[in-house]
Design a protein around this ligand. Structure first.
Ligand code: SF4
Length: 275
């Protein structure tokens, strides 16, 4: 079987940290983002056939035509018109769903965490500066213990992890909870198929949130060792994360063991190659 360049849907269950992602070359979302950036910088990629972006764009067009055909033909065949006038009943239903997601206890807890972590990051500069001074002093001492340079890098890494995930956690969790609620609303045959796809999406997204929480917990635990004077705040933050983690495991029991394409499981075409 021919190996596909892009792994289908890999970007649905990632943490959007493209800078650190090992799958940038296999992610359609990343490739499209690069093209948009080049366009935004004024580069005209649409006419330059020596450019890979030109061919990616062409491939997208071919794909759309192959799958859907011209939009008018599809509309004719399916006997519906492309009236895009907003439907008040549909909009009201979706607003009610958005509201239900915003009010879900786990989503509220996740926003609570985002706020606490954000405040902590805004107020930690003086204490972290003091740690930095301590490391500089240790580096110039002949009695320095351990790898001071590595310790400085580790602190930077922990702060980066916390900063990245504290905003991602509520956003991704909102999506997972939305999938969970929509799944519960589905009762007939077709909607059960949709419900299954939403269940999968909710669990895959839930797994990303669990990973983000685990990494954040590890970072906060290490910060607690470095900044004992802020122990109380850090314990509160850790307690929040721990409640969130337990709640997600209960609400989305399939999340923990969900196999994300690319990250946790080899795509089927490559698995066949390796058999
Ligand atoms: S899969 Fe990787 S490259 Fe694609 S959006 Fe996610 S983090 Fe970025």
């Amino acid at each position: 079987m021919k190996k596909e360049r892009f792994i289908a849907g890999i970007y649905n269950t990632c943490d959007y940290w493209c800078q650190r992602c090992a799958f940038t070359q296999r992610c359609r979302n990343f490739a499209m983002g690069e093209e948009l950036e080049r366009e935004a910088s004024g580069e005209d990629i649409s006419q330059d056939a020596t450019n890979a972006a030109f061919w990616n764009r062409l491939a997208e067009q071919v794909r759309e035509k192959t799958i859907f055909g011209p939009a008018e033909a599809v509309a004719e065949e399916a006997d519906f018109d492309l009236d895009l006038t907003p439907d008040p009943a549909w909009e009201a239903q979706h607003e009610a769903q958005r509201q239900a997601v915003r009010n879900h206890p786990l989503v509220r807890l996740a926003h609570d965490y985002r706020q606490h972590a954000g405040t902590w990051l805004q107020t930690a500069n003086d204490d972290l500066q003091a740690v930095a001074q301590g490391l500089l002093a240790a580096a110039s001492s002949s009695f320095a213990e351990g790898d001071v340079e590595e310790e400085a890098r580790e602190i930077g890494e922990m702060l980066e992890v916390i900063a990245w995930y504290h905003t991602l956690i509520p956003t991704k969790l909102g999506r997972a909870i939305q999938g969970l609620l929509e799944q519960a609303d589905s009762h007939d045959g077709l909607s059960e198929l949709l419900a299954e796809s939403r269940r999968q999406d909710a669990h895959g997204t839930g797994k990303v949130v669990l990973i983000a929480i685990e990494r954040s917990i590890a970072a906060w635990v290490r910060l607690r060792e470095i900044l004992p004077k802020r122990e109380d705040e850090l314990l509160d933050i850790l307690a929040l994360l721990s409640r969130l983690q337990r709640g997600i495991r209960l609400a989305l029991p399939g999340a923990q063991n969900f196999q994300r394409p690319g990250f946790d499981v080899i795509p089927p075409d490559e698995a066949d190659d390796q058999a």
